[in-house]
Design a protein around this ligand. Structure first.
Ligand code: KIV
Ligand code: NA
Length: 275
């Protein structure tokens, strides 16, 4: 078994070779992601990606734990991080610790991610001081979509100051890395240059210490959801559509199953012995 990457390994990569990160929610895709990536994130995006929810707000601790367990079975080398869902950590550092400990114990992940900068500073400090490595997440934090009034770029103009403060707070509190989501590239450059922990960009900048995308987005699973910051490295949705259309027409024309897909009356062992 190959040694898995740890939060200190990731922290040590600040300013070095870019950290390659993707989400995963199931064992089969986690195995593929693990072959190529440094960090596998079980994102609360699972709610929108796999469960058809309108936002991440309806994602529960039980959903995160279920997908975390599935992904754990497929990950050997990468660092496994699981998102804390909306409502599971905001009340107090104690609430956050209780739920993060449950996520870690039940999934076997090595770290959790939670959204928020300055407002989460105390909580991140409490978790990191009690043995729970934390990845921060600032800029566009999707769990706050209602407060933002949509999935808008954060930190433009004078707002940049707030995001800079958030980055500082998250790093001061002891996080081993921080996701920067949907912020101007120049701001991401500045945070990356001034923050002592690795920045992981999504809709941020190529200068970040790493990049992350939602795996189903970069595989092209969706035909309607096409944000500017997602590069589609495949068109799996279209491939699946074509394959399923072929299957449907084969079944309707009785072309499937063909001779090679059906079983003869002769027992395979006997058949082998005769020939
Ligand atoms: O939930 C998620 O997938 C995330 C990443 C996109 C950073 O938080
Ligand atoms: Na998330």
């Amino acid at each position: 078994r190959i040694a898995a990457l740890t939060p200190p390994d990731i922290l040590a990569r600040k300013g070095g070779e870019p950290l390659v990160c993707l989400t995963a929610y199931t064992t089969p895709l986690a195995r593929i992601v693990d072959r190529h990536c440094d960090i596998v994130l079980v994102g609360d995006s699972v709610g929108m990606v796999l469960h058809g929810l309108p936002s991440t707000l309806g994602v529960t601790l039980d959903m995160m734990i279920m997908h975390g367990k599935a992904v754990r079975r497929g990950v050997e080398r990468a660092l496994l991080v699981v998102d804390m869902p909306f409502g599971s950590y905001e009340e107090s550092p104690e609430q956050a610790f209780r739920n993060a400990a449950r996520i870690m114990a039940e999934t076997g992940c090595s770290a959790v991610k939670l959204e928020g900068g300055e407002t989460m500073e105390r909580t991140i400090r409490f978790l990191t001081r009690h043995g729970i490595p934390v990845m921060g997440h600032i800029g566009l934090t999707p769990q706050a979509v209602n407060s933002f009034g949509g999935y808008k770029v954060q930190g433009r103009g004078d707002d940049a100051f707030h995001i800079l403060r958030d980055a500082e707070a998250v790093a001061d509190a002891g996080a081993f890395s921080v996701v920067l989501e949907k912020v101007p590239a120049a701001l991401a450059d500045r945070i990356t240059a001034t923050t002592p922990i690795p920045t992981i960009g999504i809709g941020a900048s190529a200068s970040c210490d790493g990049q992350i995308l939602v795996v189903d987005d970069m595989l092209g699973m969706f035909d309607t959801f096409r944000p500017k910051f997602v590069k589609r490295f495949a068109e799996l949705g279209q491939t699946a559509d074509e394959a399923i259309a072929d299957y449907a027409s084969d079944v309707r024309a009785r072309r499937f199953p063909a001779a090679e897909h059906v079983f003869s009356d002769t027992a395979p062992a006997l058949h082998k012995g005769k020939t």
